[in-house]
Every structure is written in structure tokens, then in C-alpha cells.
Design a protein around this ligand. Structure first.
Ligand code: AGP
Length: 620
């Protein structure tokens, strides 16, 4: 997704902006740009490719100034070219702005502006906003010549955003206002970092580390006018709004790479700790249940719930599938998993005793946010299971549970998945113990949960074995991932990991489904990854595996230590510790994360920033 940074204060703006763009790289982008205002003239530098290349351009052709904006672009409208990079100038250089989001009515607005004589040099929807703002600013100066430039600029901005349909996060500068940064938000996140006579702006708080821990999350329909002396927030409907400043806790160096070659590998190996964080303070052994501080629902309300809907996208949707099995097994509550992009438009029948959970790492996924808002609109208690404190979904949900997994920088989600599953096990325990789950059963679940960080530590010992297997299979171009029950979502997740970072085609299926068609795909060029730990249906899945072998398909098995039978059947085996079936997704997903990581490396792919992808998909 696009990333925006902005600065106004006493520092050299370009250095903060460049560092901020580097910290936003993980969001995914294809080009970067920056603008500063100096002596009444905007200067811009833009470059397709990595932020590093923009940095190189700035070395040879530096920018100066104590106010500026920067942008990493993930192209939605217009080719990936230098000219299409943000920020974009409006009018004859009266304004410059950077934009994250999609303006849905930009063609109509563009036609009007062309008719008014505005010249467009890019193919972007953003340039339309820039010219529209310049046009309204010119009009406003004629309408209210008695106003100062700040008042007219504010009125022009308010008028402009009323005409926009779609989503935007905007960072705006006016040539007449050398010390005033404007921001506006509708659907694309923006955060203000509060410093001492200086202010920072970004799409999320990662660029603020080392500058400030005090942040203000802008809400939809809000604009902010920011100057070194202070800032003001104006809500479109309610007017001037008192800012609520959040002080971020332990803004650690978490998101630094450390000794790892890639964030993805770092985050895979962080999982014992991230799972500990998901457990910390939530296991009540005396009552044999889980404890949550932020559900914001009474026991009475929770007991009335007779149906749960879990909505998410991508990897979070796979975690939701595991959640469905967990909630139905331990809490006996009928649970439905919905793709958020479907739920937001599908309007399924849901009674007022249906509770909705939005599951999301970033807390900014547009489809998940829209689905959650749709459910809230209909009066359902709507909670979030989320990793990013202060994110839009976390703030708009009626309550929720944080993962506490720390920043997940790699585009491919890893530790968030295992933390989401951990939290869903805790939730199933919590709801089950409010209904009929026995004390001993609760104690047993808690004992097993407490052992999970260790089990994952043991699982990570398979790393060298996975590397060897990756070397053997990196040249294959089609894979099947197969699992059953709790490991069916793991098969889907393993396939997604491989697809998204190595660009290799992979399909996940319930293993027994193969004979209903997909087995026609099996030949010696199509390896099957079987997730086949011990469990009640182990013999069944072994026969599914034998069906594949009988057709010459190579098989990689994820199996339990001590399983002697599997080694005779599979071509390659990755052993993992034996755990209860409902805990297996936490353990069996780890080798699949490592397998996709190493195959992608061997295929020369950028594992942290795979092509075409963004860490947080804030557009539809
Ligand atoms: C997972 O590896 C992908 N990067 C992607 O599917 C992701 O899970 C999805 O976009 C949902 O993101 P969220 O959890 O931040 O809402």
C-alpha cells in the first residue's frame, strides 16, 4: 500500500522524510517521491524503484527546507513512471500533495478541470485532487479576500474533500503557507506524531520511532492543520475536535532487522516470543479459563451469543478457519467464516445474537474494515482480533483482543498467523468455560497452551532440513498442499505463503477432496505437501497420501517426531513435535513458512517485498 510521510518544524525535513519512507517500505510500493517548500517554491524529487534510488537522487540533487512530504507509491491509477510518482502539483504550483487511496470519481472531476483549462501531466487520480484543490483555493481567495491564506486554504480543502468519492489520506502544502502542513483522512490511515515545536505525519507510526512516542490517530472525515506552534483538528460534521494523544508503549527497536537477512525469517523465529506475548496475562489457572481485558461485553451479553461470524482476508482468513473449528469444538457455538470482501456486500441473515470478529494483523485492511462497519451498522457486537495498536479497525471495533506480536514487517504474514490462532484458542477456552467446558478440560487446555512457545522452539529446529528440501523442490512450478480438519486451513496457508513470495502456483485442499477432481493434476512434476501429524484421522490421510504416490506424485510430509510409517511413504519428511490436534496449526504452519521462504530465496525473489503485494491492503 502507499505510504505517506510529512514534517513541519525545525529539522531538515528531507532527512526525516527519507528515513520515514525507508520505514514504510514494508507496506509495498513501486516508486517514491518527496517535496519541500523553500523560498515560496516547491521542489520535487521522484523516482521509480526503491527508496534507495530516491536517496541517491537526493544526494546529487538535494532538497532543503523544514517542511515537506514524502510518498511511496503502490500504483493504482497510471503506470509506474517517475512522472506518476507523488507528490503532485496543483494549479500552477499553488499546492502540492501526496495521496494514499483511490478517488472513484476522478474521471468526472478531471473532465471538469480540463474544461476549466487545467493541464494534466500524469495519469493519476491524485493529480485531479491537486488541481481541484488549487482551483478551490483560487476561488476562495476571490470569495473571501479578507481572509488570511490559512483560512482560505482550510475552506478550499474542506470544499475539495466534499467532492471526492473514494478513499484518501492526504498530506498537503500550499505555496502561500511556508509553515503549515495540512492532512485529511477518509478511509486511508494517517497518524500525527507530536514533537516539541515539530510535528510528524505518516500512514502509520513506524517512522516516528526515535522522534516521538506521542501520537494522534486521525479519524475519517477529519482534517488537521499543523504548524510548529501546534495543530488543530476539524471534523467535517462536528467542527473543531479536541485531539486525543496516545503515548505508544515500548516503541522498541522491534522492527529492526537485527542479524537476520530478512524480516520474514526474523518474524518466523520470533514466534516463540510472539506466542508468549499472546498468552501473557490471559490464562487464569484457578478458574481454568482465559481472561481478556478489552471485549467490552458483559458475561450476560456473551452468554446470549448463539452464533459467531469471523471475517478476514488472506492469512487472517485462514486463521479464522482454524477459529471456526476451535469455537465449535470447545464453545459449541455455530461459527461461520466469511471473506470480508464478500461479507461487506453479501448481507447474510444474522440475528441480534450473532457476534462478529474481524481478524486482522494490520487493522487497516479496507475490506475487513468495511465488513466490520457493515456489521456494526446492523447492531451486531463487533470485535477485533488485531495486531496493530491504534489501527482503524482496533479503534472502531466495539472491543477486541490484541495479538501483541510486535510489528510484522515482512509482507508474508507469519507470526501474526500463529498469534491469531493462539488468541482464537484462548477465546474458545473463554467462551467454552462460560458454557459447558469442564474445569479439568480448561486446565488441560491451559497446560497445553503454556507449552506452545516451547513446542514452536523445538519445531524451528527443522530449519536445516527444510533448507535441504527447498533445494530439492525449488525448481517445481506447481504444488498441492493437503491437510484435514485443523490442518486443512494450514494447507491453504502453506499454499498462500508459497504463492505470494516465490510466485509459484500452489493450491491448498482438504486431502480427501483430491479424488473429486484435483488428483487429475498429480504427476511427477507436481509435488504434494501433506500436513499429516498424528491424530484421529491419521490412517485416512495416509490413504490420501498413498493415492498421490500411486500416481507418481512426489510427497513432502509434515509429520510428528517418532512417526516411523511416514518415512516409508513420503519422499521427504519434516518432523514436528506432537501436540493436541487443535494446537497443530501453530506447529505445522512453521515448516511451511520456512519452506516458502527458502524456495523463494532460491528462485531469487524478494521475500520481504514480493512483487504486486502490499503489507496492508487499504484499497478495495
Ligand atoms: C498474508 O501473508 C498476506 N500478506 C495477506 O493475505 C494478508 O494476510 C491479508 O492482506 C490480510 O491482512 P490483515 O491481516 O492485515 O488484515
Amino acid at each position: 500500500m502507499c505510504g505517506i510521510v510529512g514534517y513541519v518544524g525545525h529539522r531538515d525535513a528531507p532527512s526525516f522524510l527519507l528515513e520515514g519512507l525507508h520505514r514504510l517500505e514494508y507496506r509495498g510500493y513501486d516508486s517514491a517521491g518527496m517535496a519541500t517548500l523553500e523560498d515560496g517554491v516547491f521542489s520535487l524529487r521522484k523516482k521509480t524503484g526503491r527508496v534507495l534510488e530516491l536517496g541517491g537522487l537526493l544526494k546529487t540533487d538535494p532538497l532543503k527546507g523544514t517542511m515537506g512530504s514524502g510518498h511511496t507509491r503502490w500504483a493504482t491509477h497510471g503506470q509506474v513512471t517517475d512522472i506518476n510518482c507523488h507528490p503532485h502539483l496543483g494549479g500552477d504550483g499553488e499546492v502540492v500533495l501526496a495521496h494514499n487511496g483511490v478517488i472513484e470519481n476522478y474521471t468526472k472531476l478531471k473532465a471538469k478541470l480540463v474544461a476549466l483549462g487545467y493541464k494534466f501531466i500524469t495519469e493519476t487520480d491524485t493529480e485531479v485532487v491537486a488541481h481541484l484543490l488549487a482551483h478551490h483555493y483560487r476561488d476562495q481567495k476571490k470569495l473571501t479576500p479578507e481572509n488570511g491564506p490559512k483560512e482560505n486554504a482550510t475552506l478550499a480543502l474542506e470544499h475539495t474533500i466534499l467532492m471526492l468519492k473514494g478513499t484518501y489520506g492526504l498530506a498537503i502544502m500550499f505555496r502561500d503557507l511556508p509553515e503549515t502542513l495540512f492532512v485529511a483522512r477518509q478511509g486511508s490511515p494517517l497518524v500525527i506524531g507530536v514533537g516539541d515545536k515539530e510535528f510528524f505525519v505518516a500512514s502509520d507510526q513506524t517512522p516516528f520511532r526515535g522522534y516521538t512516542n506521542d501520537v494522534v490517530y486521525l479519524s475519517d472525515r477529519e482534517i488537521a492543520i499543523i504548524e510548529p506552534s501546534g495543530f488543530e483538528i476539524i471534523h467535517r460534521d462536528t467542527g473543531v475536535t479536541a485531539p486525543s494523544i496516545t503515548t505508544l508503549q515500548n516503541v522498541s527497536e522491534d522492527s529492526d532487522l537485527g542479524d537476520y537477512p530478512h524480516y520474514m525469517l526474523k518474524e518466523i523465529f520470533e514466534q516463540p516470543i510472539s506466542i508468549e506475548n499472546a498468552l501473557r496475562g490471559r490464562l487464569d489457572e484457578d478458574e481454568a479459563t482465559a481472561v481478556f481485558g478489552g471485549l467490552n461485553l458483559t458475561a450476560q451479553q456473551l452468554r446470549r451469543i448463539d452464533r459467531i461470524v469471523l471475517t478476514a482476508c488472506g492469512t487472517s482468513w485462514h486463521a479464522a478457519l482454524v477459529g471456526e473449528y476451535l469455537l465449535e469444538e470447545f464453545a459449541r457455538i455455530p461459527t461461520e467464516v466469511e471473506y470480508a470482501s464478500e461479507l461487506r456486500y453479501r448481507n447474510p441473515p444474522m440475528s441480534d445474537t450473532t457476534m462478529v470478529f474481524a481478524i486482522t494483523q494490520s487493522g487497516e485492511t479496507a475490506d475487513t474494515l468495511a465488513a466490520m462497519r457493515e456489521c456494526k451498522r446492523k447492531g451486531h457486537p463487533t470485535l477485533a482480533i488485531c495486531n496493530t495498536v491504534g489501527s482503524t479497525i482496533a479503534r472502531e471495533a466495539d472491543g477486541g483482543i490484541y495479538l501483541h506480536a510486535g510489528p510484522e514487517i515482512g509482507v508474508a504474514s507469519t507470526k501474526a498467523f500463529t498469534s491469531q490462532v493462539t488468541v482464537l484458542i484462548e477465546l474458545a477456552l473463554f467462551l467454552g468455560r462460560m458454557r459447558h467446558l469442564s474445569y479439568p478440560a480448561g486446565r488441560r487446555l491451559i497446560r497445553q497452551l503454556k507449552d506452545m512457545p516451547n513446542k514452536v522452539r523445538q519445531t524451528l529446529e527443522c530449519h536445516d532440513k527444510v533448507k535441504q528440501i527447498a533445494e530439492k523442490y525449488a525448481g517445481f512450478n506447481n504444488f498441492l498442499y493437503l491437510g484435514r480438519l485443523y490442518n486443512f486451513p494450514v494447507a491453504l496457508e502453506g499454499a498462500l505463503k508459497l504463492k505470494e513470495i516465490s510466485y509459484v502456483h500452489a493450491e491448498g485442499y482438504p486431502a480427501a477432496e483430491m479424488k473429486h477432481g484435483p488428483i487429475a493434476l498429480v504427476d511427477e512434476k507436481t509435488p504434494s505437501v501433506f500436513v499429516v501429524p498424528q491424530g484421529g484421522i491419521y490412517p485416512k490421510i495416509i490413504s490420501n497420501l498413498e493415492e498421490i504416490k500411486a500416481r507418481g506424485g512426489p510427497v513432502i510430509a509434515i509429520a510428528c517426531h517418532g512417526d516411523e510409517q511416514i518415512a516409508k511413504l513420503a519422499d521427504d519428511v519434516i518432523f514436528v513435535p506432537e501436540v493436541e490436534e487443535y494446537m497443530q496449526p501453530i506447529v505445522t504452519s512453521v515448516p511451511l513458512q520456512l519452506l516458502s521462504y527458502h524456495i523463494a530465496l532460491l528462485r531469487g525473489c524478494n521475500v520481504d517485498r514480493p512483487r504486486n503485494l502490499a503489507k496492508s491492503v487499504t484499497v478495495e
